[in-house]
Design a protein around this ligand. Structure first.
Ligand SMILES: *Cc1c(COP(=O)(O)O)cnc(C)c1O
Length: 386
């Protein structure tokens, strides 16, 4: 049996996989089992921050792998403390909880919000408002937080007391905020929902309203974080400071890792025994993350913004392109055609692109070389203009 046949026979059928089996990669290039080389504009869904098998990142991970792979969270390790200090210093947040994934980072965010409210106000103030069309993960709590009924189907009953507001409608959100609400949770740019940015005006009104009512603002930067949008985290471009910030995907450059950052109000909310994880903060993944975060500096961020603008300029005047959304190197392209069909055509021509709802979604490695980017855009233009 081929790899694809064995996969289909033995792996739970949760993914509509494209007919491509990846074997090895370097930078933005990946070699398939079919012997062909593909240009990757997806980065494993914003995970491979510096592409495949980046040398500098391998060195950092490999060094840690040869020192200590795991000890458990009952003890201290150097990579965790180093990373936590970096993240807090650069975001202004006060404390970090490390997890293995985005959903787990969001679980921590939701638990922390409820605990904060419980400690301060007692029972009954536990409702979480999220946005329609949002995506926060696949565990029961984060699935409930995800404002897409199609994903809920078959898994009811969901967790009680989550409510969904339409994005960019402040009055609708406000009308849901009764005295049972402890938090509002949102993505600044809805990723899976179609690369849809929230309005700045809306976000700053939500922020001010939440601050006034002591409702916690949870910003889910699992996808938008770690340099993706041209700043370390997107919230700085929105001019707001979240109470809770979650991230994962690109954080460790390809290793499973997540972080839930807690602001001033929540710095003492979690106490010993109140939350935990066996693998969360794993030293190898943390060493990978230290390498990634230390390399996301201002020159890199500037090049992310420039490359993002370059892609927009190249594609916006193209016949067949209806709109381009997103920020930095998180880009959504609306065309008249079915996005899945375009992605399949691109794959045929040696280019990997993602989709989000009916948009083409580009999340290239942050350091993609200009020459490869041009080659990729040439293929993409050929397919869109077809
Ligand atoms: C991917 C994603 C998640 C879930 O992350 P996992 O690592 O798959 O659990 C949560 N929120 C957002 C915004 C995401 O893009």
């Amino acid at each position: 049996m081929t790899t694809i046949e064995r996969d289909k026979k033995y792996i739970a059928n949760t993914y509509a996989r494209a007919p491509f089996c990846a074997v090895s990669g370097k930078g933005a290039l990946v070699l398939g089992e079919d012997g062909r080389e593909y240009i990757d504009l997806g980065s494993g869904i914003a995970v491979n921050t510096f592409g495949f098998c980046d040398e500098d990142w391998i060195k950092a991970v490999d060094e840690q792998l040869h020192k200590l792979q795991h000890i458990s969270n009952l003890y201290y390790t150097q990579p965790q403390a180093t990373l936590a200090e970096m993240l807090c210093t650069r975001t202004g947040m006060k404390k970090v909880f490390f997890s293995n994934s985005g959903a787990e980072a969001n679980e921590c965010a939701i638990k922390s919000a409820r605990k904060y409210s419980y400690d301060k106000y007692g029972r009954g103030r536990h409702t979480v408002i999220t946005l329609q069309n949002s995506f926060h993960g696949r565990t029961m709590a984060t699935l409930t937080a995800t404002g897409q009924s199609a994903m809920h189907e078959g898994f009811q009953p969901l967790l009680p007391d989550f409510k969904y507001a339409p994005a960019n409608d402040f009055d609708a959100l406000k009308s849901l905020c009764d005295d049972t609400v402890c938090a509002v949770m949102l993505e600044l740019i809805q990723g899976e929902g179609g690369v849809t940015p929230l309005d700045k005006e809306y976000v700053s009104r939500v922020f001010a309203f939440c601050a006034e009512k002591d409702i916690l603002l949870i910003v889910d930067e699992v996808q938008t974080g770690n340099g993706r949008t041209g700043s370390l985290f997107a919230f700085t471009q929105y001019g707001v400071a979240p109470d809770i910030l979650s991230t994962a995907k690109g954080l460790a450059g390809g290793l499973p890792f997540g972080a839930c950052l807690l602001g001033e109000k929540l710095s003492d909310t979690l106490s010993a025994g109140s939350h935990g994880s066996t693998f969360g903060g794993n030293p190898i993944a943390a060493a990978g993350a230290v390498n990634i975060i230390s390399r996301i500096d201002e020159p890199l961020l500037e090049s992310v913004r420039e490359k993002g603008q370059y892609i927009r300029d190249e594609l916006s005047s193209l016949k067949g392109v209806k709109s381009i959304t997103g920020l930095g190197l998180m880009i959504g392209i609306e065309t008249g055609r079915d996005a899945k069909e375009i992605a399949a055509d691109c794959l045929d021509r040696g280019l990997i692109v993602l989709t989000a709802k009916n948009k083409i979604r580009l999340l290239p490695p942050l350091n993609i070389e200009q020459e490869l980017l041009d080659k990729a855009l040439c293929i993409l233009k050929g397919v869109i203009g077809k």
